[in-house]
Design a protein. Structure first.
Length: 295
């Protein structure tokens, strides 16, 4: 089965980890470092003949339209990361709808192809703001990949399914593709293990990641979804001294060696775009624009 590799296309200063010291992106004027990071990711994919899904911020697309066109031209899927990296649960439903609808139309106009998928910044669709699924359906999306079903102080989704699911609403349906999470049974209780990417991929040992992802392949449906950020390939980015030790570790930890580790992970499994993995599992109805039937 085809596993999913995705890239959340955002600047280093969009990372929620460092917002406590630099504030929201709209309040500062830090220099962009995105182009060189994206080029590095694209070169890795090209060298290993891997295609993926790029969840792109509207702000980034506006600033670097030729870069977005290049991503699409090289055979990668273009999807939406929202417009300005606002956490979904910090927006009112009407604001969220405007954000995701605006971004989808912008990206489609830019690449001349449909945009089917969305991922919320910082996986910020969780218990309490599931209304976001209704708004995504209204905005014309066919799938979401915002659920990281583990415990985390910013996105506590540990009670959500680890498997892809079809979310049904009166207005339509939306496929949900959660990020990769393993499990162990410890004294009769399920322990969930983060495996999908980000700091977990940089900080956790490679054998652990391979072991956990292979266990997921043995389960139903037999594939998993992972992610990286472009800024994780940029060890030369500014270091903000005001950050706590743990926050520095999460954001900057093992960044210098991550490129080689990422390549080894890509070589360990078969990866591709989310739209292709979805079609592989759910057939033609996955991207069908008509309402889903109950069969």
């Amino acid at each position: 089965m085809l596993n999913v590799i995705s890239v959340d296309v955002e600047e280093y200063f969009h990372a929620t980890n460092i917002s406590s010291v630099i504030g929201p992106p709209s309040k500062h004027h830090l220099a962009s470092r995105l182009e060189q990071s994206i080029e590095k990711v694209l070169n890795i994919f090209s060298r290993l003949q891997v295609r993926g899904t790029f969840f792109i911020l509207g702000l980034v697309a506006q600033r670097f339209p030729e870069l977005i066109k290049k991503i699409a031209a090289e055979g990668h899927e273009v999807a939406s990361h929202g417009y300005g990296h606002e956490l979904a649960y910090n927006l009112a439903p009407a604001q969220f709808l405007e954000d995701v609808y605006r971004t989808r139309l912008m990206l489609e106009d830019m690449i001349g192809k449909p945009v089917y998928g969305y991922r919320a910044p910082n996986f910020s669709i969780k218990e309490g703001n599931e209304w976001a699924y209704d708004k995504l359906i209204e905005a014309g999306y066919r799938y979401d990949s915002s659920c990281y079903p583990i415990w985390h102080p910013r996105y506590a989704n540990q009670r959500r399914s680890r498997k892809p699911e079809l979310i049904k609403r009166e207005s339509g349906c939306l496929f949900e593709f959660p990020l990769a999470v393993g499990k162990l049974n410890v004294f009769g209780r399920e322990l969930r293990l983060p495996l999908a990417g980000g700091a977990y991929w940089r900080l956790f040992p490679l054998p652990y990641l391979r072991w956990g992802l292979r266990r997921m392949q043995e389960e139903e449906p037999g594939w998993f979804t992972c992610y990286v950020h472009p800024w994780e390939f940029d060890p030369g980015q500014p270091v903000f001294a005001e950050l706590s030790f743990l926050t520095k570790l999460r954001h900057y930890g093992r960044m210098k060696s991550f490129e080689r580790k990422f390549e080894r992970l890509l070589q360990s499994f078969e990866f591709g775009p989310l739209c292709e993995a979805g079609k592989q599992s759910f057939g033609g109805k996955f991207l069908d624009q008509s309402p889903f039937s109950d069969d």
